[in-house]
Design a protein around this ligand. Structure first.
Ligand code: PMT
Length: 391
């Protein structure tokens, strides 16, 4: 959210405490924030709380801001989004009717950016026909809704109406603010390690965590793609909106990819796939007292990326290369050997099981290094690069 200017409207609900955490999350993600509070909101927390948490300014009325000519007009002048969180039934009703009788409702009416609501109210208020009519009107007028969630409420009732958690709202905001560079494009991604059994308790794997591949899956969904993620053994949570297929061995991964690939326009091969598997894994635990150190023989696994790139109707293929030396030369050799237009090259020490990555986009006749960044940022840069190539 670097560079985004968010205006956070806060209304009077017990869920106001979540807005404090939301503000912190927005600032941590690089956004700058102006807060507008209603009088009712100020009975739950003071403006000073939001000020201390890093808001650029906290507007509490239309006439108390030194240096701001007309707060309800100026607040959203360069804003990316006006988000009302928590949004009570009252503010939804006012916004649906165009009532502007305080600084926040006036700012909504004057907004020159998209407006989003994260509702928070008692479940009977949420289900009331009047509230539902107001929501339908707001959606028709282009408003975005984040939630509400289901569950136990502060008053003891159970049902829809709880404000979403700040982390969920942040994720949805990212989705709403990300340009849909791969709108409805079907993207197939492999991620994580593979595991090749030696016997039922032992096997051969590698240090890939799956983080880079999962970050790419998340970035692709945010860019509007329909994503299938084929994941080797990892404990990572599936990113929202991603269809996930779990596999264990390289052969499993090969079979899953080959079954899926014809349904996809882009293939991104991030997985660290074992090049060899044990020829004949034992079906029983190998006992050292009976056999001593076993001698293992290996057979080569199929090269998934090269097999996909060789298909008659191959999707746009992107490979990765994790190297310890001669990064660009080794990556470029893979561009030719696997016959793919783009290899994302990274050093093992920079990439494997790390939270950040430093990559080079290696093509037949170009090598473009990116500065070290979070795996999310690398993923976004890769999605932008792929969008340039396929659109
Ligand atoms: O999972 P993380 O901890 O986030 O780490 C990310 C990563 C380091 C695993 C990732 O950024 C990366 O570099 N992935 C490729 C790892 C690799 O070792 O690639 P390779 O040089 O063995 O293979 C080159 C390409 O061919 C890769 O796209 C690979 O997916 C593919 N391949 C390799 C062998 C094989 N049998 N089938 C394949 O499809």
């Amino acid at each position: 959210m670097g560079g985004q200017k968010i205006v956070l409207g806060v209304t009077g609900s017990v869920a106001v405490y979540k807005s404090c955490e939301l503000l912190r999350g927005l600032i941590k993600n690089g956004a700058s924030c102006t807060v507008i509070m209603t009088e009712a909101a100020q009975r739950f927390v003071t403006p000073l709380t939001f000020q201390a948490l890093g808001a650029d300014q906290v507007i509490t009325s239309d006439c108390n801001q030194a240096g701001t000519a007309i707060p309800h007009i100026d607040a959203t002048r360069d804003a990316t989004l006006l988000l009302i969180a928590p949004a009570t039934a009252n503010i939804l009703a006012k916004a649906a009717q165009g009532i502007a009788d305080d600084v926040l409702s006036a700012a909504i009416l004057a907004a020159r950016c998209p407006v989003a609501f994260a509702p928070a109210m008692n479940t009977y208020m949420w289900h009331n026909n009047a509230t539902q009519r107001n929501i339908a009107q707001l959606i028709q007028d282009g408003a975005i809704f984040f939630g509400p969630a289901n569950g136990e409420q502060a008053c003891g009732d159970v049902g829809s109406g709880r404000m979403l958690e700040p982390s969920e709202i942040l994720e949805m905001m990212q989705g709403a603010l990300t340009p849909r560079l791969l709108d409805r494009c079907r993207v197939l991604i492999t991620a994580g390690p593979t595991y090749e059994p030696i016997d039922p308790v032992r096997g051969i794997t590698n240090l890939s965590s799956g983080k880079q591949g999962f970050a790419i899956a998340k970035a692709a969904v945010l860019a509007g793609a329909e994503v299938t993620l084929i994941a080797g053994p990892t404990t990572l949570k599936t990113p929202a909106g991603v269809r996930r297929i779990d596999v264990v061995t390289a052969l499993d991964m090969y079979n899953a990819v080959m079954a899926e690939v014809s349904q996809h326009e882009v293939f991104i091969s991030v997985a660290a796939v074992a090049d060899w598997r044990v020829d004949a894994p034992s079906t029983h635990k190998i006992k050292k007292e009976f056999t001593g150190a076993p001698t293992l023989s290996f057979v080569e696994n199929p090269d998934i990326l090269a097999s996909v790139a060789a298909l008659e109707n191959a999707p746009y293929c992107v490979g990765f290369a994790a190297e310890t030396d001669n990064l660009i030369d080794n990556a470029r050799a893979k561009v030719f050997r696997k016959n793919v237009p783009l290899i994302v090259a990274n050093l093992v020490k920079d990439a494997m099981n790390q939270d950040t990555n430093a990559v080079v986009f290696v093509e037949r006749d170009a090598a473009t290094p990116l500065t070290r960044a979070s795996k999310d940022a690398v993923a976004q840069a890769l999605i932008a690069k792929i969008a340039q190539e396929v659109n």
